[in-house]
Design a protein around this ligand. Structure first.
Ligand code: XMP
Length: 478
């Protein structure tokens, strides 16, 4: 990474402050770019989903891992529930998506409330273990109301194929049948999953993030209080592939003690820890046993830390400094927070991050755990910060009312924010396409074929607010 004409900035910068200068490039196709990380997490795209309750659940975990990313389950989830989610993710098919499954006796109302939990827009009706019909979203008609049972409302399945059918064949079969969704079954005719045309295309583009046994990978977070080692061990025994030791102020003694204990337990998985924003902070975490340092204080969309405390640091400079320090020790960093455009992921990689962590942006997708709401502006979900009154109340649910209320007085996060479902990108997979398309293109502009090369070759310039504004498209035209 270097700055245009050697103009090293004399102040800290964030993503919006920077532009990337195109280099002479021999690249011919953006599909030749390898987006895999080398930080031990197995990601094949540089995306980790933040351990936030409103974002990182089981559907997010399976979907993102299938495309090569990694989801971190939040530390507030009790061990048994986290273990269940990990088991679910590990049992998922690497190609087929998990559909909403209904029985013929279920009602239309039940199907319609569950279908938006998946992006493919349909539920599979299963009878006696066999898929027998489909119910699409928003079905209306003469004889169909919300109290109709699915036996009467379902439509025949247009394409049923054996699981393991080559995705290209699935795509072609769907095209020939003029259908959108294929149901995949095992040798006994039992439901394995579903695949859309776009899903079949994606299966040929992305590589799933899989463990040594060929199962989807998933990470889990622990805090720094209580039996941290016991919980971390339990999560790894349940199958967690990465442990994240997480607290807002990662450069504190309690963190270093907890982290050293987790690292000392030799759990056999990469240990990420944070958050910090300085070289000293990164090195102290690495010395305590972190192989990945989580960087970012205050850039998050739900964070009020900087406004409340003045503490934090512009994210690009924080990532660049910590990544340089980590690299010296053979460790890595994740750029955590403030990702709002594909360019931010490219700039995080340019700064030296092995992965960018995304939270709130992914809250507005069908795969996030929250319920889908609709208002006059369209569909949305509700997100909240992990240091907000709402998250703190959930975390201290076993406290007495007085202690709960007392903790709630000191929040450093937003308790409720409507995150719009972008009609152009309603699924997290659409956003992943969007981000990866941008990052792949950045790589070809910089003449890189890997993330590491992108970091090495990138030439950056510092821009004014007008420079950033100039680069924004005019959505409404003139
Ligand atoms: P984005 O911008 O992707 O950032 O939503 C995700 C990261 O934000 C952090 N986070 C918080 N920070 N108060 C904070 O100061 C909060 O309530 C809060 N919730 C999340 C966290 O690092 C996450 O990964």
């Amino acid at each position: 990474m270097r700055f245009l004409d050697g103009h090293e900035p004399d102040h800290d910068l964030t993503y919006d402050d920077l532009f990337i200068v195109p280099n002479r490039s021999a690249a011919t196709s953006r599909f030749d770019v390898d987006l895999a990380s080398t930080d031990g997490t197995g990601t094949t795209i540089p995306l980790v989903v933040a351990n936030m309750t409103a974002i990182a659940g089981k559907r997010m975990a399976e979907t993102v891992a299938r495309r090569g990313g990694l989801v971190v389950l939040p530390q507030d989830v009790p061990l048994d529930a986290a273990a269940q989610t990990i088991g679910f993710v590990k049992s998922r098919d690497l190609v087929a998506d998990t559909p909403v499954v209904m029985s013929p006796n279920d009602l239309m109302a039940q199907a319609q409330s569950l279908i938006p939990k998946r992006a493919h827009g349909a539920a599979v009706v299963v009878d006696d273990g066999r898929p027998v019909g489909l119910v699409a979203r928003n079905v209306t008609g003469h004889d169909i109301d919300m109290f109709t049972d699915l036996r009467s409302a379902m439509t025949p399945i247009p394409v049923v194929l054996p699981a393991g059918t080559d995705p290209r064949t699935v795509f072609d079969t769907l095209t020939d049948a003029n259908a959108e969704l294929a149901v995949l079954v095992d040798d006994d005719g039992a439901l394995v999953g579903v695949l859309t045309r776009t899903g079949a295309l994606r299966a040929g583009i992305y590589r799933p993030n899989v463990d040594a046994q060929g199962r989807l990978r998933v990470a889990a977070a622990v805090g720094i209080n209580g039996d941290v080692v016991g919980k971390a061990r339990g999560l790894v025994e349940a199958g967690a592939d990465v442990i994240v030791v997480d607290t807002a102020h990662g450069h504190q003694e309690k963190m270093l003690t907890a982290l050293a204990a987790v690292a000392g337990a030799d759990l056999g998985v990469p240990i990420a820890a944070g958050n910090v924003v300085s070289e000293r902070g990164a090195l102290d975490l690495i010395d305590a046993g972190a192989t990945i340092v989580k960087v970012g204080v205050g850039p998050g969309a739900m964070c009020t830390t900087r406004m409340m405390t003045g503490v934090g640091r512009p994210q690009f400079s924080a990532v660049a400094e910590c990544a340089a320090a980590a690299r010296e020790r053979g460790a890595h960093v994740w750029a955590d927070g403030g990702i709002r455009h594909p360019r931010d992921v490219a700039l995080a990689v340019a700064a030296g991050a092995s992965n960018a962590m995304v939270g709130s942006w992914f809250a507005g997708t069908y795969e996030s755990p929250g319920d889908l709401h609709t208002d006059t502006s369209g569909e949305y979900k509700v997100s909240f910060g992990m240091a907000s009154k709402r998250a703190v109340a959930a975390r201290s649910a076993t406290d007495n009312a007085y202690d709960q209320a007392r903790k709630g007085l000191f929040e450093e996060g937003i308790s409720s924010s409507r995150i719009r479902i972008d009609p152009e990108h309603p699924s997290v997979e659409d956003l992943i396409d969007h981000i990866c398309s941008g990052v792949r293109s950045t790589a070809t502009y910089t003449g890189a074929t890997t993330l590491q090369e992108m970091h090495e070759k990138v030439v950056l310039g510092v821009q004014s607010a007008a420079g950033f504004a100039e680069g924004r498209p005019l959505p409404g035209g003139w």
